[in-house]
Structures are given as C-alpha cells and as structure tokens.
Design a protein around this ligand. Structure first.
Ligand code: AMP
Length: 397
C-alpha cells in the first residue's frame, strides 16, 4: 500500500514518527529537522480528512517516565509547524490515550507520550503493541531511523493491521526507495566511498558491497589498518591491530570480485591529535614515528576525484579525516564537493551515516547530492544486507 494512493478520509492514522530531537537545558528544540521531515506525511493524512495519532521514542529514559524525556516539550513547536493545536496524551496507552484518540475528529492531531517510558517498547512486547494498535485503524511508519529495531511501535504494532492498512510515510518511502535503487538497481560504474574511524564498524558493509561495486574508496582512520596490513609505516595513526588479517582478506576479496580498491596515497599528518597540531603531507605508507595521518592528502584527493567523477552511482558513508578540525577537513570537503559535482553531471549519489551527513551539512552541500539518508544505524544495517524489521513488518502480511 502506497501513501499517495491511500485515502485517509475518516481514518485515525497511528503514525510512528522519529521525534528524537535535541533539546537544550530550557527544553528548547535546537534542531527540528526530524519534526519537519514528518510534516508531509502528517499533512497528507489531515488534508485527506483523517486524524493523526503520533507516537515516538524520545531519548533514553531508564526506568519509566522522566520529565526531561517527555514529548510534551515538543507540542508547542509542532503546533506552530502544523498551524494547528496539537493535543497531548500523558501516556501512550491507557484510558487517557484511548479517550483522546476516540474523540479525535478529522483534521486533528494527538501526540502520545514517549513510548520508551515502557520497557515493553524496546522488548517488542506484543501486548503493549496491541494496546498502541487499538488507538488507530491504519498504521503508518515514517521513522526510518529506528527501522532496524524490532520495537513495539516500529515493528510489532504492524502485525495488528492487515496489508491494506499499514504503509510507509513519505520519509520512510523515500529512504527505502533510494537505498533499494543503490543496492539493487545501481547504474555502473558504482563507487562506494567509506571513511570514519574504524574498519570494524564497516566490515559487514564492505563485504556486502563487494559483489555490487566497481570501486571502493577508503579514507579516514580506517585506511591505516589497510596500509599497515600491506606493510606500510603508519606512525601513530589510528590502527586496529586485531583487524590486520581481516584487512588483508578484504584486499584479496576485492581482487576476487574485480573491485578496484583505492587507499590514500598521501595523508595530512599531524604531530598530535589536536586542532592546532603541526602538520605535513606524508606518503601514507611512510608516516614517521610520532606523526599520525588525520586526513587524506592532495594526491589522494586528486586520485579519488577522478574515480568519483567517472561514476554513475555513488554511495558515501564516513568522513575522510578528522573534518571537525579545520586543518583536517580538506579531504572530506573535497570529496563532498566532488560528489556534488558528479551529481550535477548526472550521477546518483546517496550520502548516509551520522558523520557524513554532518559533513555534507557543514559544507552546505546537502541539497546538491541526490539523497541524504536520515537513518545512521538503520542505513548501515540496510547496506550490510540485513532485512530491517520495520520495513519487513509493513511489507509482509
Ligand atoms: P565513524 O563514526 O566511524 O564514521 O567515524 C567518524 C569519526 O572518525 C569522526 O569523528 C572523525 O573525526 C574520525 N576520523 C576520521 N578520520 C580519522 C583519522 N584519520 N584519525 C582519527 N580519527 C579519524
């Protein structure tokens, strides 16, 4: 069932959103991106003549309700964004939620209290999910960021709706369609750019991508484990000693699949991990003792640029260096600009994972790539080839 072809008229839609937004000490929202991202789905429901019952997790409450994790703090802002008064239930199940949901009229919105105030949420408890389900007569999942969790409100709740009454919201739909396009329908050459701190976080994604990609570009701290494994001198650069053998195996697998592997020829190296460190460019396999590679160097940038510009599909996850510090941001910035340029030339580019999204936003290029995925963990697990429970729950009857 597709959201565009579903008519919500007269329906009470139970919508799983991801309103896990940052708040400051005065409970003011410091970044409302996630709330704004859910507006198209909510507005579609309301303009069809339906009502929306919103549920979300918020923070990580430990044992039951805690004021700092109350979704009540978001209601005024959401009301402003929607241009209408949003009602609030002080519990996500129970008599008050039931009564308010039952009294909801077409065009009205009810926000339920944090689902994680119940330990049953993360346990994926059926009885709890059934109580949530009873509040609405159609279930809409628009929370891609939690699609990799088999929680009550993201997955189990869907079992209580038949195939014609459970669907993805617009945000989730776009995430799934774009991820599927890259993983199953990529135009070639297909280049994956992987960066970030550790190889260990990216092993599964590399293995799953090898049969699909033509080029694998590696940058960031994880590159040095590969360089050391090949016999290079990496000084004090980040390394995972227990992953050296694995790095060698991955290099062999690249050969087996005919994937061209790109490691940084040179590195902007520093004498300490510090924004004001002394720096010099060194070949990545000849980093002197006492120095560490904190960004890819100019030769690596030129090398990577040529590959990216010749690609038709680009998947990017993870920064090329310590981009949070100005002296080590050039690699990540150049790659971001190049991905944008390739996109302008007709390539399809998907950027995802917390830090690469932060990077693309930092350089103001988020509008110049084809798609920026909002789901860090969910996006990684999707590209690792795992079936996400939140997606499966909507698709399987
Ligand atoms: P991840 O969470 O694995 O995507 O890693 C992102 C983090 O890796 C960022 O905070 C970067 O600063 C850090 N990082 C990237 N390159 C390096 C490097 N060469 N050495 C140390 N840390 C790095």
């Amino acid at each position: 069932m597709n959201i565009d072809s579903f008519n919500f008229s007269g329906k009470k839609a139970l919508v799983r959103v991801d309103f896990n937004v940052p708040l400051n000490a005065d409970f003011v929202i410091t970044d409302d991106t996630r709330i704004r991202a859910a507006l198209p789905t909510i507005n579609k429901i309301l303009s069809d003549g339906g009502s929306a019952i919103l549920m979300s997790h918020f923070g990580r409450p430990k044992t039951g309700p805690e004021d700092k994790y109350s979704l009540r703090h978001l209601v005024t802002h959401l009301s402003q964004l929607l241009g209408k008064n949003v009602q609030f239930a002080n519990d996500c199940i129970g008599d008050e939620a039931k009564a308010k949901a039952a009294a909801l009229k077409p065009g009205e919105v009810l926000m339920l209290e944090n689902t994680r105030f119940y330990k049953e949420e993360e346990k994926g408890d059926r009885e709890f999910a059934g109580k949530l389900a009873s509040l609405g007569n159609v279930y809409v999942n628009d929370a891609f960021g939690t699609a990799h969790r088999a929680h009550a409100s993201t997955t189990i709740v869907a079992d209580f709706f038949d195939a014609d009454h459970k669907l993805f919201g617009y945000l989730m739909d776009a995430e799934v369609a774009n991820a599927e396009k890259v993983l199953h329908n990529a135009e070639h050459p297909f280049t994956a750019i992987l960066g970030g701190a550790k190889v260990s976080d990216k092993i599964l994604i590399i293995e799953n991508l090898l049969p699909k990609v033509n080029n694998l570009i590696i940058g960031g701290g994880m590159a040095y484990t590969f360089i050391k494994a090949a016999g290079g001198q990496i000084g004090n650069s980040l390394v995972e000693e227990d992953k050296l053998e694995l790095a060698k195996e991955l290099v062999e697998k690249c050969k087996k699949y005919g994937v061209k592997l790109y490691l940084p020829i040179d590195s902007v190296s520093a004498d300490k991990f510090d924004a004001n460190a002394n720096t010099k460019v060194l070949n990545s396999d000849s980093i002197e003792a006492g120095w560490m590679g904190l960004d890819i160097g100019p030769k690596a940038i030129a090398d990577y640029k040529a590959v990216i510009l010749a690609s038709k599909t680009i998947l990017w996850n993870g920064p090329m260096g310590v981009f949070e510090m100005e002296k080590f941001q050039e690699g990540t910035k150049s790659i971001a600009l190049t991905v944008a340029e390739a996109t302008a030339n007709g390539a399809f580019s998907l950027v995802g994972g917390g830090d690469s999204v932060a990077a693309i936003n930092k350089f103001g290029l988020d509008e110049q790539v084809s798609f920026v995925s909002t789901g860090g963990g969910a996006m990684l697990e999707y590209f690792e080839g795992k079936e996400l429970p939140g997606i499966k729950a909507i698709r399987v009857n």
